[in-house]
Design a protein around this ligand. Structure first.
Ligand code: PHE
Length: 455
């Protein structure tokens, strides 16, 4: 284990404040916002899901994100080593490093399906380059999507490409690649989303789309919907698994954590909401089903791209940006494992990257077949992909979040925490402290119990 002082990390530091923000936004903004949020909203009845999601983001997500950055910046290592060092410094059992282990496992599991879905985006980018979606209607859009996912070989090819792309960036070291790419990407993604919203307002069933997303009906909030909305908040914000912790480990001391976390959370929520606002009007106008599941955005958007003026170009840009957004998230899913291999095994970054990518590729095969030959290989009603998704978002990340909150809230000396949190020592700090100490662990725990139907 390295003995570097607490103001440096052996993996490097972000060069500017914006670099951390863009990297963390790059991690947070990804398929979770663009692909998963709309289809989860559609599957879970719309506004009720959105409401619980937003509440979870503000009351649970933001405080945990801050806690995670605080721990990461203090520990300056991979999540496993960060937690071990902190536990030693704070005089607690080194079993707290379990947070790091659980996170790494969750990261590998998420990434194994993440690369497959990113592969769909790559396939759609290729199609849009060839102007495939010209004049598409509902039937052709559905047919096109099904032909892609029905073929294990095509999925395998795209999935392999994505694993290579992710490994390539991680190999080069995160700093330069991500810092630069995300600075250009995030603003462009916003611009495109606004364009899409504009299209939806002009040509879609905007009123019905908005009602669907925002007309809350409390009766629809079931424990299951609440669990899924909370899981989605964890997934979308990249919290509970060490990705934000390890990015925090590269954050120079002088930058304000609340400010960084606030910006990241705001950007993340905006992208998800804009996606919904763009999508549901198109869904309703083309009489598609909001509950179409994982294929939803692929089947709906191409109808819009096939019909809107300039849709060819908008389609290319959209899938390109989604691909990059997915890519910058995928990188952060692998970084905890790679940094751990480097920290603890003294492995070279290269070996660590190649080894872990190979594992991801193999586990990913399970998701590749989940959409075709293996879609009926289920256990308790879920196939492989559905299990990976369910276990990570709805179980592992929330448990990771509870542990992070408990460690930050109860195990760190108050004076140390006050000094590290950049919130002063007044009301703001106290509110955060009590959120992290009580509200977050209790709320997450209760939502878990109810969601599983145990109480
Ligand atoms: N937040 C990413 C997304 O929304 C996914 C992710 C989860 C990334 C956990 C890192 C850690 O797509």
């Amino acid at each position: 284990m390295s003995t570097s002082s607490s103001d440096a990390s052996q993996h490097g530091l972000w060069s500017k404040r914006t670099a951390f923000m863009f990297a963390a936004i790059g991690s947070a903004v990804g398929l979770g916002n663009i692909w998963k949020f709309p289809y989860m909203t559609g599957e879970n009845g719309g506004a009720a899901f959105v409401l619980v999601y937003l509440a979870c983001v503000v009351l649970i997500g933001l405080p945990i994100m801050m806690a995670e950055i605080v721990l990461g910046r203090r520990g300056r290592h991979s999540p496993v080593h960060t937690m071990r060092r902190l536990a030693e410094q704070d005089g607690h059992s080194t079993n707290w490093q379990a947070i790091g282990w659980l996170g790494m496992l969750a990261g590998v599991m998420i990434l194994s399906f993440y690369v497959v879905i990113s592969g769909w985006t790559a396939a759609y980018l290729m199609d849009s380059l060839f102007n495939t979606f010209q004049g598409f209607d509902q039937a052709s859009a559905e047919g096109h999507f099904n032909r892609l996912v029905d073929s294990p070989w095509r999925l395998l090819a795209w999935h392999t490409l994505m694993v290579v792309l992710v490994a390539w960036v991680i190999l080069r070291g995160v700093n330069r690649g991500i810092e630069q790419a995300t600075t250009v990407l995030i603003p462009s993604l916003f611009a495109l989303l606004l364009l899409l919203v504009g299209y939806a307002a002009l040509y879609g069933d905007f009123g019905r789309g908005l009602t669907y997303m925002f007309a809350f009906d409390y009766a629809q909030i079931t424990p299951e919907v609440a669990l899924k909305a909370m899981g989605q908040a964890f997934f979308s914000l990249s919290i509970g698994m060490g990705a934000i912790m390890v990015y925090g480990a590269y954050l120079p001391r002088q930058f304000s954590i609340p400010e960084a976390a606030g910006v990241v959370v705001t950007a993340d929520v905006l992208v998800a909401i804009l996606m919904g606002v763009a999508l549901f009007p198109i869904v309703f106008a083309s009489s598609m089903e909001p509950g179409a599941g994982p294929g939803l955005i692929f089947q709906t958007l191409v109808i819009a791209f096939g019909q809107m003026p300039g849709g060819w170009l908008v389609g290319i840009l959209f899938f390109a940006l989604t691909l990059i957004a997915a890519w910058t998230s995928a990188i952060s899913l692998l970084e905890p494992t790679v940094s751990w291999l480097v920290d603890s095994r003294g492995m070279r970054r290269r070996t660590a990257t190649l080894g872990s990518s190979a594992v991801i590729w193999v586990v990913g095969l399970g998701t590749v077949v989940s959409f075709n030959v293996g879609s009926d290989w289920t256990l308790y009603g879920r196939n492989f992909f559905e299990w990976m998704d369910y276990l990570t978002s709805n179980v592992m990340l929330p448990i990771g979040g509870i542990l992070i909150a408990i460690y930050a809230g109860w195990m760190v000396k108050r004076s140390v925490l006050e000094e590290q949190a950049d919130l002063g020592n007044g009301l703001l700090f106290k509110s955060w402290l009590w959120l992290v100490r009580l509200l977050v662990p209790t709320a997450v725990f209760l939502i878990l119990l109810h969601g599983f139907g145990w109480v």
